[in-house]
Design a protein around this ligand. Structure first.
Ligand SMILES: Cc1cc2nc3c(=O)[nH]c(=O)nc-3n(C[C@H](O)[C@H](O)[C@H](O)COP(=O)(O)OP(=O)(O)OC[C@H]3O[C@@H](n4cnc5c(N)ncnc54)[C@H](O)[C@@H]3O)c2cc1C
Length: 430
């Protein structure tokens, strides 16, 4: 199979075309197999290789490195537990430790290997457009206070000065957030893996059989190994694991052409920035260092991230409209790339981390905030598979354990109703 590069994210599309993929062929043996070359799988394979430098590690990917959610996201590396005000202090402390460790590991790798991914330690704002949602922002402040995390409150005037729009009413600024090109990050991580990791792309895994020796079957070959690490996001279910525990949410995003001179002149505020919506399912927006605008919005319950021509046109129109609402001078800005990406959700916001059955381990289900969490969790999963223990691993284990979902058709109907209600509720926030 060959990856359909027309379905790449904008972040991926602006990079040079990748070299042809190496496919897994024939029946092989290895020490460890990692399935899925997103941010988690890349971290897991790297850590296994560091801990066992003599071992043969095989990393298998359906498409290309960074072609999945890890290269399709909005590119915010957020290390504050900003989206979990309903959770207790112990939960948020553990989450914060994991996020911070993940961010530090990424910073180290990007710096050490010189990965060109527009890494920018500039912070970001988490904003509301209407006074109606200020109480939700206040709840986030209380939960950040409780764990001793720092943030800055911004009013409408400060937001106008920073972003060049009067659209937002209030926000908090999280100072340590990193903004980057996520596909470039994943590509760079893939290209700098230790020599004892072999990456096979366009090699979808069809079957995983656990046991004292595990067997992993692909379309054109198979691997036997001591163990397998599943870092496949929501697609673990298609391999028969974690059924009834995970559900997909599909998000769509667009990346514009670079702003022309007139548009740049009309944009006041800082030359690059990022906004996340405080209200669930609002729009995430970035002005990138390359002077492009990115907007992420629109939500569905599906795991099929492909976007056909008609849907792409509708999405571009929606994204243009949402952008022009905030920045009238950008009305008509051409959206050059539009794509979909799948977030792996769980009912109780708990992730999956640890051993599923003999020889089979998994880390996935980060509920939409996966860059720092996937990085640290992938590395910790490798340590866990090798019998290691640490306080960070205790955090990862404590936050794991997704609750059971209702069966179909109740799940699908419930999600539809929930998404419709959320759209209604956020109203003018979008
Ligand atoms: C539009 C969007 C915006 C987001 N914004 C942010 C953000 O700004 N910041 C943030 O931290 N998080 C964000 N997220 C969430 C984040 O992208 C994910 O949590 C994270 O990428 C998950 O990483 P992963 O490695 O677990 O999964 P993935 O990146 O999905 O990697 C899993 C890989 O496994 C492969 N795979 C699946 N099945 C098989 C198989 N059978 N055989 C071989 N390979 C297989 C897939 O092809 C994929 O490449 C966003 C997500 C989306 C979709």
């Amino acid at each position: 199979m060959q990856t359909d590069l027309s379905q790449a994210s904008g972040w991926y599309a602006v990079l040079p075309e990748p070299v042809p993929a190496k496919h897994l062929t024939g029946d092989q043996t290895a020490d460890w197999v990692v399935v899925g070359a997103g941010i988690t799988g890349l971290a897991a394979a790297r850590r296994l290789a560091e801990l066992e430098p003599e071992a043969r590690i095989v990393l298998l990917e359906t498409d290309r490195v960074g072609f999945g959610a890890s290269g399709r996201n909005s590119g915010f590396v957020i290390d504050a537990p900003h989206y979990t005000p309903d959770f207790d202090v112990d939960y948020n402390r553990r989450l914060m430790r994991l996020f911070r460790a993940g961010r530090a590991q990424l910073a180290d790798l990007v710096g050490r290997h010189g990965i060109a991914c527009q890494w920018s330690e500039q912070g970001h704002v988490n904003a509301v457009a209407g006074a109606k949602f200020v109480p939700e922002l206040e709840a986030v402040c209380r939960s950040l206070d409780a764990v001793g995390d720092d943030y800055e409150r911004l009013d409408a005037a400060a937001l106008e000065a920073l972003l060049g729009t009067t659209f937002y009413h209030a926000a908090i600024r999280l100072p340590r957030t990193v903004l980057l090109n996520p596909a470039a990050l994943c590509r760079g991580l893939g290209e700098t893996l230790p020599a004892n990791v072999e990456v096979y792309e366009e090699s979808p895994v069809r079957r995983v059989a656990g046991g004292a020796t595990v067997t992993v079957d692909c379309a054109e070959g198979s691997v036997s190994a001591r163990g397998v690490l599943l870092t496949t996001n929501v697609f673990a279910q298609q391999l028969g694991f974690l059924r009834g525990r995970l559900f997909p949410i599909l998000l769509y995003a667009s990346l514009s052409r670079p702003l022309d001179d007139r548009q740049q002149a009309a944009m006041t505020g800082a030359p690059s920035w990022g906004i996340t919506p405080e209200v669930l399912m609002g729009s995430t927006i970035r002005r990138t260092p390359s002077n492009r605008m990115m907007l992420r919005s629109v939500v569905r319950n599906s795991r099929d991230f492909r976007v056909g021509d008609r849907l792409a046109e509708r999405l571009r129109e929606t994204h243009r409209r949402l952008l022009a609402k905030r920045f009238p001078a950008l009305a008509g800005l051409d959206m050059e790339h539009t794509w979909g990406g799948v977030v792996c959700m769980t009912r109780n916001y708990a992730s999956v981390f640890g051993r599923l059955e003999p020889g089979v381990f998994a880390s996935l289900g980060y509920n939409g905030v996966g860059l720092p969490r996937g990085t640290v969790s992938g590395a910790l999963l490798a340590e866990h598979a090798l019998g290691g223990e640490s306080s960070l691993m205790a955090d990862a284990l404590a936050l794991a354990g997704p609750s059971r979902l209702p069966p179909e058709p109740f799940l699908g109907l419930g999600l539809k109703a929930w998404l419709a209600w959320t759209r209604l509720r956020i109203g003018a926030e979008n």
